[in-house]
Design a protein around this ligand. Structure first.
Ligand code: 5GP
Length: 191
């Protein structure tokens, strides 16, 4: 998606060897107009499936998932929670996820009320690095017995293992920008 790649080049900052900071339009301040274009592009790429739920993970997947939902007949957005909330019912699907950015494990949870075997799920997230967050969301979708339409990623870091890890799960993967390298602070894309 050219518009997204241009924005990454213009506003993205490279931290160290492998972190791309896009706080000005994706992860902190959110550019809703760009999110609308992202939502339309996901719709184009997953047009053939009748999506009933969009599944993401808190916090940075939520904004883009909500805007994307508007292009899928306002399908409800369910986000996996990272913290145990006192108001989260006991009946939950759980999965353990290793965080790439925080270098630690955490548990994600989804209330069983909001995902079931009648659902066709589109998983959306902001970044794909080593694929752990997506694996956790796939695990939860499978526990629910849901049909998995695929995985939509805004920015894939193609120099990490995520793409391979997700494709091994036999699901469709669509990444709107595929970053080939962040070497020497320079952002390049897979053609
Ligand atoms: P994974 O589970 O694929 O290893 O990592 C994906 C998660 O880590 C995403 O949900 C995202 O929040 C975070 N993440 C991984 N790499 C980056 C990065 O380069 N920049 C930012 N902003 N977040 C990242």
């Amino acid at each position: 998606m050219e518009l997204l790649k241009e924005r990454i080049c213009h506003s993205g900052r490279v931290i160290g060897k492998d972190i791309l900071k896009v706080d000005s339009f994706l992860n902190h301040q959110m550019d809703v107009q760009l999110f609308q274009e992202i939502g339309k592009e996901f719709k184009r790429r997953f047009a053939e499936e009748k999506i009933t739920k969009i599944l993401t993970i808190e916090a940075s997947g939520i904004g883009v998932a909500c805007i994307t939902a508007q292009y899928f007949n306002n399908a409800p957005v369910v986000f996996a929670k990272k913290l145990i909330a006192r108001n989260l019912d006991a009946e939950v699907y759980e999965s353990k996820v290793y965080s790439f950015t925080k270098a630690t494990n955490y548990i994600i949870r989804v209330d069983k009320k909001y995902l079931n075997a009648k659902d066709t799920v589109l998983i959306i997230d902001d970044f794909l690095a080593n694929g752990n967050a997506v694996l956790g969301l796939l695990d939860i979708s499978r526990q629910a017995g849901a049909n998995i339409a695929g995985v939509g990623i805004v920015i894939e870091k193609s120099f990490q293992d995520g793409r391979e890890v997700v494709l091994k799960e036999n699901v469709k993967l669509e990444s709107l920008a595929r970053v080939k390298s962040l070497k020497d602070g320079k952002i390049t894309f897979v053609d």
